[in-house]
Design a protein around this ligand. Structure first.
Ligand SMILES: CC(C)(COP(=O)(O)OP(=O)(O)OC[C@H]1O[C@@H](n2cnc3c(N)ncnc32)[C@H](O)[C@@H]1OP(=O)(O)O)[C@@H](O)C(=O)NCCC(=O)NCCS
Length: 143
């Protein structure tokens, strides 16, 4: 028997992916572990650009963009399957977003992260802008 070769990871832009595959990834991240299938489907429907990494037909990485395609774009939910991390997949997803033909006019890309080092290597800076957040869950707790 010849050795089983692991297929190379491939990348595609695909909004019509199975939300259940995405949920499997989300459930690996503390900030997305409570997300539900219906909400993930809604989110995909309203996402402007979605970048996927695949090992065969298994989703192993994801990142998405909300944008006006001219002035501003925000990058959300960049995530790589734990078993596939530290192989350059996350970097490739972000680079493909930044180089995306439909996003080539965008002046400023924005994101929130708990991994600033990862994004600094990709050229993002936290020095020029400050962000503020209004969180529905924190406010409903105060009511
Ligand atoms: C953050 C995240 C998306 C990075 O994905 P990734 O595919 O592991 O990213 P990369 O492999 O491109 O880079 C990660 C690290 O591996 C290193 N690396 C890249 N290729 C490598 C290789 N072939 N061998 C060893 N290390 C490698 C990178 O230099 C980088 O180092 P750093 O940790 O010092 O920044 C991933 O860790 C993740 O999904 N984390 C959980 C979700 C999360 O926190 N997402 C951030 C959203 S804001």
């Amino acid at each position: 028997m010849p050795p089983t070769l692991k297929p190379a990871v491939t990348f595609s832009e695909k909004k019509e992916l199975e939300a259940s595959q995405l949920l499997r990834l989300f459930h690996q991240a503390p900030w997305a572990k409570d997300r539900t299938l219906d909400d993930a489907k809604d989110m995909l429907r309203h996402t402007d650009v979605a970048l996927c990494a695949w090992d065969g037909d298994q989703l192993v990485g994801f990142g998405r963009v909300l944008t006006d395609f001219v002035y501003r774009a925000t990058i959300w939910d960049v995530i790589v399957d734990k078993a596939y991390q530290k192989q350059g997949i996350g970097t490739e997803i972000v680079q493909r977003i930044l180089a995306h033909p439909r996003l080539k006019k965008v002046e400023l890309f924005w994101l929130c992260t708990r991994r600033p080092g990862f994004y600094e290597k990709l050229g993002f800076s936290s020095k020029e802008q400050t962000g503020m957040v209004w969180s529905r869950s924190k406010h409903s707790r105060l009511e």
